[in-house]
Design a binder for this molecule. Structure first.
Ligand code: ADP
Ligand code: MG
Length: 354
């Protein structure tokens, strides 16, 4: 579902801008602080209802303005849809073809958006939360019903934790174990199946970009080697009671990323980290039922010319609509691609170059 047109009003340093995009590669080039990341943020607002740079959308409203507006035209099987996002008085309004979309997940389900920024290496370095999000959104775009399962699991988990916090006895706490185990089993099997489906693409892009074997080792959130979640839940009971929350379960899941069988922590250069993160996202894009949109902010950063070229062709080959930024367009070799547009930006003003 490519984004064909976009109109931005009063977003950061972009007062007014209109774009007609390529369904292939869109290059956005311009000096520092010209508005490149701001354009990508506008696309993120439109597709996710949020920015990838900050959780405070009001920061995106142009100084001395009351409202920001982003309107896009998205094509789906030949039909053109108009999607609009407005932020005013601390409220967001999202409309699809003139009708209000009240749930952000309805918006996210429309279009899979993947974002790679110079900060994305945090997914390798930080705690498991970002890796769980990578996994969960990936499953969601393949199986939209997964969201309801995820929500049910977390609802039961909150109830069990509530009883634990209130100092409830064994019977009151364990009344929640069966529903928790049922939802956990479903969640776990969706995640497993999804990770399995990612394996070939992960290996393919790992070889292509890093010339190494990239693998995921799934940690389901309990000690799988020695016991089932049901056993661990029973064994953890006294500690859960003492701490006032459920220590094990799919809410503690993680993905352990390995390269040639080794843990990736501390052995990779910045450039390799970036290529590994790109491997993870390209695998996700290529395994999705629909290719979606991929944003790569400051693609050339940390990469030599050969790796840049490899990354662009691998990304273009996924079939996703690409938006890539750079300080200069000659850092992005896109000559051989037919479906492309190049935009130059300065002080929030964009001009199409090709
Ligand atoms: N709310 C805002 N109103 C006006 N300008 C802003 C706002 N937020 C950020 N800016 C400015 O927008 C400019 C563009 O930023 P950015 O998109 O990050 O540039 P680039 O990615 O091209 O380096 C910066 O100069 C920044 O100071
Ligand atoms: Mg930027």
């Amino acid at each position: 579902m490519p984004l064909e047109k976009l109109k931005i009003s009063s977003l950061r340093n972009i007062s007014d801008a209109n774009f007609g995009f390529s369904k292939g590669i869109n290059v956005i080039a311009g000096p520092n602080a010209s508005g490149k990341t701001s354009l990508l943020e506008a696309i993120s607002l439109l597709c996710r209802g949020r920015s990838f740079r900050t959780s405070r959308v009001d920061q995106l409203i142009q100084h001395n303005h009351e409202q920001l507006l982003v309107v896009g035209e998205i094509r789906d099987d030949g039909r053109l849809h108009v999607l609009g996002y407005a932020r005013e008085n601390k409220k967001s309004i999202v409309k699809l073809d003139g009708s209000l979309l009240s749930r952000s997940t309805d918006l996210i389900a429309l279009q899979a958006l993947h974002v790679i920024t110079p900060e994305s290496h945090e997914i390798l370095e930080q705690g498991p939360k970002m890796r769980r999000q990578y996994l969960d959104w990936g499953v969601f775009h393949v199986k939209p019903g997964y969201l309801a399962c995820w929500q049910r699991y977390h609802r039961v988990l909150r109830q069990r934790n509530h009883v634990l916090r209130q100092g409830g006895g064994r019977e009151a706490v364990q009344a929640w174990d069966k529903p928790l185990l049922d939802e956990a089993t479903a969640l776990h099997s969706h995640r497993l199946a999804y990770l399995e489906s990612l394996t070939p693409a992960l290996s393919q892009y790992g070889q292509l970009l890093l010339e190494m074997e990239v693998e995921f080792r799934y940690r389901p959130g309990w000690n799988q080697a020695s016991e089932s979640f049901a056993q661990q839940l029973r064994r953890d009971f006294a500690q859960d009671q003492e701490r006032g929350f459920t220590q094990s379960g799919p809410h503690r899941a993680d993905i352990h990323v390995t390269i040639n069988g080794h843990s990736v922590r501390q052995i990779l250069s910045r450039g390799q980290q970036k290529l590994l993160v790109c491997t993870m996202y390209l695998a996700q894009v290529a395994s999705a039922p629909r290719p979606g949109i991929l944003l790569i902010d400051d693609l050339p950063a940390e990469l030599d010319p050969i790796r840049r070229e490899k990354l662009i062709s691998a990304a273009a080959d996924t079939g996703a609509q690409l938006f890539v930024t750079a300080t200069e367009s000659n850092l992005l070799p896109v000559d051989q691609w037919k479906e492309k547009k190049v935009f130059h930006v300065e002080h929030g003003q964009f001009h199409e170059v090709v």
